[in-house]
Write a protein that binds this ligand. Sequence first.
Ligand SMILES: [Zn+2]
Length: 292
Amino acid sequence: MFPGVSAIPTRRIPVVVTLLALLTLTACAVRPGHTTHARQITMAQPTPSAPVPTPSASPSASASPSASAKPAFKSLAWYVAQVPTFPEVPLPQPVALPATGSAPFWHRLPTDQKVAFITIDDGGLARPPGVIDFIWEARIPVTMFLNSPAAAEHTDYFRQIEAVGGIVENHTITHTSLAGRSYDYQKQEICGAADKLEGLFGKRPTLFRPPFGEHDSTTLQAAHDCGAKAVLHWTETVHEGKVRYQTPEKVVQPGDVLLMHFRPALMDDLLAALKAIHRAGLTPALLEQYVR
Ligand SMILES: [Zn+2]
């Protein structure tokens, strides 16, 4: 999995431990790049703004089959068992941000470090419950670009992903194409979503992804003015377990950004992304550790 990520030595964590850990994760629990930031488990009481995360229903995970028992096809244990073992996560070297008063637009992060980034968009269509445990047990670093109404309607789900390491970022309110629209329109879509997401999750988004990737210079200006440090496109899409490369290399490159969505096959998409990153000799890392 991700060597050095966790003080917990195995990904096959008994569900009791998982529950306890989920109940007590601290904010710095999610530092996949730091061996010194092992998950810290405390007995701190959850606050009203951060309700107690509960593991999703996953009977396959709660069972404790004998070591030789094969997990059922597409059970949580099966997904976790498919995840390859990754090279050591390098210590993140944050990328340089231009001081132009406008956000940079990147398909791929300008880094040579052997990492790639998993991003999950939208949030309104489907929210497979198994994803929460999968992210936790396989230590998958994910960034969620959410539409604010979906985040508002399904806040508990996204908070649970936050509790296991996910980060919420901004994907507008209405998911309309911004290119060619007025500054005021774009700012309303971007700042309006940022305000809402900040209210829901207690942290203002620092990254923005325009719907469909469609943007213009006004988008980058408005995103900057709404607090975004960078505007992210993607280099690969993942859908129904298949990775589609959008660059000539046809292999995941350092700094690549993989895009998937909250859709029914998200478990398969996460697994496919992990395998593609592994095939490229890279390790998944958290975008926010590189864009600070
Ligand atoms: Zn979208």
